[in-house]
Design a binder for this molecule. Structure first.
Ligand SMILES: NC(=O)c1ccc[n+]([C@@H]2O[C@H](COP(=O)([O-])OP(=O)(O)OC[C@H]3O[C@@H](n4cnc5c(N)ncnc54)[C@H](OP(=O)(O)O)[C@@H]3O)[C@@H](O)[C@H]2O)c1
Length: 281
């Protein structure tokens, strides 16, 4: 297939590129600074010229604190940018696979959120991604919305690297116990997205590594895997003041992906593989 990836230089985009090329697909990517999704003409022209069968829309302003401080810009980029992508997909009749987030939910549920539960974002990043979802549902000719959570990938700096570095440097570790979701290894998400493309059924999907944990439990598991006996001070979200307040309890239940035979392994298994590779570097 001919596949256009927006945000191909990001955490997910990079891994997707490698996996899709390995499967023999023809790819083109768009990302900053050469390709700007808020530029409607550029987005339309790039898709008209490449004429993709599928657009995987991974580009987003993902800095949640920046979004909280600049809510209008968050909607302009994540909302209007996605509108441009959806309109271009309509023009070239491409399937739009839009990557979204557990932060479209309010985090007040008593069980993991299912695909068609009511969205009610509680911060500007979540709101901007909710706008993006609405645009996709209303404008794309065919679409999949794939929500995920707590992504980590090789390279760059993520929660795992920060916990390991702080523990090794003897710095104080304080981690929240009341933010709960599912850490997700980008390689596992990319493999599941490829399976989803094979199945080809439109709709909303929840793809995260299976199971759930608090940030505190996640940090404890990271330290256990690297064999560091360092204590972590449990704190609550109210103790950890930052511009963007995440939804507290927002794991995602995979009902529709599982019905199509697509399930990701437990988060502990994926994390163990990732940490082993990280430590071997
Ligand atoms: N990371 C997570 O934990 C997480 C969790 C749930 C859902 N998601 C969603 O998953 C998707 C991929 O996330 P990720 O972690 O791979 O994000 P990422 O590493 O931040 O990658 C996003 C890419 O989009 C680019 N981008 C930003 N604004 C753009 C614009 N106006 N025009 C064109 N490209 C633009 C970014 O460029 P710059 O780096 O130069 O800004 C970056 O290369 C996103 O849609 C995100 O909302 C992420």
């Amino acid at each position: 297939m001919r596949i256009f990836i927006t945000g191909h230089k990001g955490q997910l985009g990079k891994v997707l590129r490698t996996s899709l090329v390995a499967e023999g697909h023809t790819l083109l990517g768009g990302d900053l600074p050469e390709w700007e999704m808020t530029d409607a003409e550029q987005v339309m022209e790039s898709l008209q010229v490449f004429s993709p069968d599928v657009v995987i829309h991974s580009a987003a302003l993902t800095n949640v604190d920046y979004c909280a401080e600049n809510p209008e810009e968050a909607v302009r980029i994540n909302g209007v940018g996605t509108y441009n992508v959806a309109l271009a997909c309509r023009e070239v009749d491409a399937l739009l696979v839009a990557i979204s987030t557990n932060e479209v939910f309010d985090g007040r549920a008593k069980r993991p959120y299912q695909e068609y539960d009511q969205c009610n974002p509680v911060n500007p990043y979540g709101y901007s991604k909710y706008v993006a979802e609405q645009v996709v549902e209303r404008l794309a000719p065919r679409y999949m919305i794939v929500r995920t959570a707590w992504l980590y990938a090789s390279g760059g700096v993520n929660f795992i690297h920060k916990i390991i570095a702080r523990a090794r440097s003897g710095s104080r570790l304080r981690v929240v116990t009341d933010e709960v979701s599912s850490p997700t290894y980008v390689n596992d998400l990319a493999a599941a997205l490829l399976d989803l493309l094979e199945v080809g059924r439109p709709g909303i999907y929840h793809l995260t590594n299976a199971g759930e944990c608090s940030r505190y439990h996640f940090a404890q598991e990271i330290l256990r895997l690297i064999g560091l006996d360092v204590s972590i001070e449990p704190i609550s979200l109210d103790d950890f003041v930052r511009p963007s307040m995440p939804p507290a309890y927002a794991p995602l239940a995979n009902v529709f992906g599982a019905a199509a035979g697509i399930e990701l392994r437990p988060w502990q298994e994926a994390l163990a593989e990732y940490v082993a590779q990280y430590e071997a570097q």
